[in-house]
Design a protein around this ligand. Structure first.
Ligand code: CO
Length: 493
């Protein structure tokens, strides 16, 4: 009689084949009033949800190497009088248009997509393709598609037609970059309480230059200042408080040779250094204060921050951290991922004491989570509620994001709305109700890929009752590939 006991396998909440189909290209562009609705669109939900993400996962039938290399496609959901109008349209970058015409890959992608013909056809070609696929924001009377390593593209907010590269009325110069993770400070102390947009650009090298931009709601530059920090940097996101911009300098090395020699994409040459600490850099937002403070902390790898705030002489920041950054293996297929072999994203709170330089950290959420969202009035301020994409099961393992988790950071209460086993969520966006008083009084919008029906559904959840039935499910006629980031604009277009 055998004594072996089968290793208990977690009961997966998803079907890998279904999850994989969410990465099929959507080459078609649509516009229509959404009619297949379960529930009712709140009549007082007025405005537009804009989303960005890779729309093409292949070019002329040749798969790209990583979804981050996929051409940006914008979706808009415009709400008025209880109705919703949907549009999707590609950002017509010069590269998108050329490759569409040629029906083949003409440019190398940062995350490993190579031109056909092997390394000989890629060697020394270090031109990066601006794929405009990471975020989309409406600010300064412009709708901008963002990609962190290059200039924004301006779009028509109504038709989503691409107007071209936009230099923000001279704020940017050709070749400049503008991160895909701006924050809107709802009430800037330096401007008498007016809102302003805060963003950064980074020029990585042996040392790295961080430039901070603060832009008024009319699009005029309020403040710009640059700071040089030691070493190469891979910084995707940052956080703000009323007085600081906070950057996590992830512990990575960059070896550009395989990229220059045509063997790997530039992003694949970033090597995680688990033995090295993370440097956390606090840059004062007031350009007259040049006193940059640096802390070190063991954090792993951070893509996204949820929020930050100041309490007396301390700065707190809530960030999704990974114990390690998996190295993309040559000839691997991103769709064949073994989730169990990847570290989960977990939410931590880091507290930096500005008086004595000490740092503390505390895990807030151990189950796999990513894509945080907070009430926009609470950006940079003490806050209570966080909405975030999360795995269906609290196993501390990596898994597809299938639910929206609401965390009460005061009581520790957690509520999950799961779309498992067939639903795969995207970044939630919190939209406060008109005249809302409570911080969680609003709607949580998330685009869910329905793997059973191979289509996407926009879910509207009640911020005060996440676990309850969705307020409305808006079923599209087709699927939208898994997206990255988006934003809410209070005007219906
Ligand atoms: Co991001």
């Amino acid at each position: 009689m055998k004594n072996a006991i089968a290793k208990p396998e977690p009961n997966p909440s998803y079907y890998l084949e279904e999850w994989q189909r969410g990465y099929e290209s959507q080459p078609q562009e649509f516009e229509y009033t959404i009619e297949d609705i379960v529930g009712e669109i709140p009549p007082d939900l007025t405005g537009t949800l804009f989303r960005n993400g890779p729309g093409l996962l292949d070019i002329g039938g040749t798969p790209i190497y990583h979804p981050f290399d996929g051409d940006g496609m914008i979706c808009s959901f415009s709400f008025q009088d209880g109705k919703a109008y949907f549009r999707n349209r590609f950002v017509e970058t010069e590269y998108y248009l050329e490759e569409k015409k040629a029906q083949k890959i003409l440019y190398r992608g940062v995350f490993g997509t190579q031109k056909p013909g092997g390394w000989l056809n890629n060697i020394f070609d270090i031109k990066l393709k601006n794929i405009a696929n990471t975020n989309v924001i409406h600010w300064g009377d412009k709708l901008l598609a963002l990609w962190e390593a290059a200039e924004p593209h301006a779009l028509d907010p109504k038709t989503l037609e691409t107007k071209g590269i936009d230099y923000l009325d001279g704020i940017l110069q050709p070749g400049d970059s503008f991160s895909a993770h701006p924050w809107i400070d709802p009430s800037c102390e330096l401007d008498g309480g007016k809102p302003c947009l805060v963003n950064f650009s980074i020029e990585p090298g042996l040392s790295s230059k961080i430039t901070i931009f603060e832009i008024a709601s009319d699009g005029k530059l309020l403040r710009r200042h640059s700071h040089t920090i030691p070493d190469f940097s891979f910084i995707h996101d940052f956080a703000i408080t009323p007085h600081y911009c906070i950057f996590f300098q992830n512990p990575v090395n960059f070896n550009p040779l395989p990229f220059v020699f045509g063997l790997k994409g530039a992003g694949e040459c970033v090597e995680f250094q688990p033995q090295k600490p993370t440097r956390v850099i606090l840059i004062p937002r007031d350009p007259n204060n040049r006193e940059v403070q640096t802390f070190t902390v063991e954090s792993g790898f951070v893509f996204h921050h949820a929020n930050a705030f100041e309490v007396e002489n301390q700065v707190c920041i809530d960030s999704i951290t990974y114990a390690s950054l998996p190295q993309v293996q040559p000839d691997s297929n991103y769709k064949e991922v073994d989730f169990n072999n990847l570290d989960p994203g977990q939410l931590w709170r880091f507290t930096f004491n500005l008086s004595d330089g000490s740092v503390t950290k505390k895990m807030i959420e151990s189950s796999c989570c990513e894509f945080p969202s907070v009430n926009p009035d609470k950006v940079g301020r003490e806050y209570r509620y966080l909405f975030i994409g999360a795995a269906d099961q609290d196993t501390e393992r990596n898994a597809p994001l299938q639910g929206i988790l609401k965390l009460d950071l005061v009581t520790g209460e957690r509520q999950l709305h799961s779309f498992a086993p067939h639903g795969y969520v995207s970044e939630p966006i919190f939209v406060p109700k008109p005249n809302a008083v409570a911080e969680d009084e609003g709607w949580v919008l998330t685009l869910v890929y329905d793997g059973k029906n191979h289509r996407s559904t926009l879910a509207i959840l009640d911020g005060q009752n996440i676990q309850g039935e969705p307020i409305a499910l808006l079923n599209l006629k087709h699927h939208i590939p898994y997206g990255l980031h988006g934003s809410w604009h209070p005007l219906a277009v």
